[in-house]
Structure formats: C-alpha cells, structure tokens
Design a protein around this ligand. Structure first.
Ligand code: ADP
Length: 240
C-alpha cells in the first residue's frame, strides 16, 4: 500500500526582489497511516511552508507531494480545496473559532459543505471525544483557551480526515492546558489510530510524539524516534 504521505525532494522557492529563497529545500520523507509525529525546528526553518504544502494550501515549486497516492502538484485550486476539505483536519495555534457560534456549531462548520443530515450528531460525538459534552452550547468567549483548543480538535476530527495537521497546538496555552491537549492528541492516536502530525518549535512537545523530523534552513537534518531525539538534545545542550 502507498504511504499516506510521500514527500519527495520537495522544494519551495520564494523570490524576494531578484533573490530566490528556498524556504523548503529538497525535503523527502514518508508518513504511514496511524503515525504520531512532529516536525520541529527553530523559527525560519521552513516548518510553516512545509505545513502549507502538506495541508494542500500550497504546492511545491519542485519535487512531488503525494497524499494517499494523489500527486498534489498536478491539481488545480478547486481540486486542492476539495482534497483539503475531504482529507485534512487542521488545528491552529490560535484555534480559529467563529466567536458568534456555539461549540457545536463551530465543529459542524466543515460539514456544512459536504452535506449529510447527521452533522449535529457527529459534532456532538466529536465534542464528547475531547471531553466537552458539558460545553456544547458555550461560545468561544465562554471557554478557556484549553477548551477552545479542544473545540478546534473536535472540528478537525468531525470530517473523519485522513490526517490531522496541528500547527503549534499548545503555543497559546499554559503548561497544564498544553499537556491536556497533547494527552487528547495521544489518545486519538492510540485509541483510534488517527494519524497526527504536529509542527512545533517546542522540543518538549516534539519529544512527546513517536517520531521527530528536525528541520534547519529548509532541510531535514534528522528523522528520529523520540528516544533518539531526546538523546541528541541532551547530548547537545543538557536539557530539553
Ligand atoms: P518557520 O515556520 O519554521 O518559522 P517558514 O516556513 O515560515 O519557517 O519560513 C522559512 C523561510 O522562508 C524564512 O526564511 C522565511 O523568511 C521565508 N519565507 C516564508 N514565506 C515566505 C514568502 N511568502 N515569501 C518570501 N519568503 C518567505
């Protein structure tokens, strides 16, 4: 079976004035169904650019990105939007919830386009999975940051996507709420076999996933188990 994600020599070049900048420079890796992994690197290392490509928000300048066998670079904007809508669940650092809508209505939003009569029931089930059955009708301002992020996770889950892409999911949260969010993502992975890819600059978040891809200057500099990753970090600087 083809890997869920296959990234092969992907490059993304931006031209600044007359100078081309490779934000992502010849990156290759595969992700199999059911993995829980992270992409880690300092600011400017190309994580967001790679994330946009993986999330079908952008296409490579060079190289190929296949999602479940489909060559994403061959698709037009409409086809990209469709693929994104069907297969990718996004979780954002700033939650991106609509302030006027209740938790359940926010979760139901991605289903409005795909139709289906049982959208509300599915949204409630997704909110139950993230422990928010008591907050269905709360609006975002009536929820804590951690709860808002849990709504964000439910919204990503409700479409039953092929992969969940989480961009700094704990970046706006206090330590305990961040841990709670990571625990939910772990649970989705272990209990339901959901594929989760987290982009982060935080070594602790990265270390809590099973596989860590490290980026520097647009390139992959290591692709390790979390155990190997932790050893490398400890050897280099003595703490996470
Ligand atoms: P990260 O998410 O790891 O902080 P980015 O993917 O945002 O890194 O950026 C990688 C590099 O590409 C940076 O040097 C950044 O300045 C450059 N870059 C990103 N987006 C653009 C753009 N739209 N135009 C020009 N340069 C960009």
């Amino acid at each position: 079976m083809a890997p869920l994600i296959s990234v092969n020599e992907v490059t993304k070049t931006y031209v600044m004035g007359t100078v081309p900048v490779n934000a992502v420079a010849g990156v290759s890796f595969n992700v199999e169904e059911g993995e829980l992994l992270s992409i880690v690197g300092p600011s400017g290392s190309g994580k967001s650019t790679l994330m946009n490509i993986l999330g079908c928000l952008d296409v490579p300048s060079d190289g190929t990105y296949r999602l479940e066998g489909d060559d994403v670079g061959e698709l037009n904007d409409n086809q990209l939007a469709q693929l994104r809508g069907r297969k990718i669940g996004f979780i954002f650092q700033t939650y991106n919830l609509l302030p006027r809508l209740s938790a359940v209505a926010n979760v139901q939003l991605p289903l409005l386009y795909s139709g289906g009569k049982d959208g509300k029931r599915r949204s409630i089930t997704a909110l139950e999975k993230v422990g928010l059955s008591q907050r269905l009708n709360h609006k975002p301002t009536e929820l804590s940051g951690g709860e808002q992020q849990r709504v964000g996770i439910a919204r990503a889950l409700v479409k039953d996507p092929s992969i969940i892409l989480a961009d700094e999911p704990t970046g706006n949260l206090d330590t305990q709420s961040g841990k709670d969010i990571m625990e939910i993502l772990h649970k989705l992975h272990y209990d339901e076999g959901i594929t989760v890819l987290i982009v982060t600059h935080d070594p602790e978040v990265a270390a809590s996933t099973e596989r860590v891809i490290s980026m520097r200057d647009g390139a992959v500099v290591a692709d390790q188990t979390s155990g190997e990753y932790v050893k490398t970090i400890l050897a280099g600087r003595g703490s996470l």
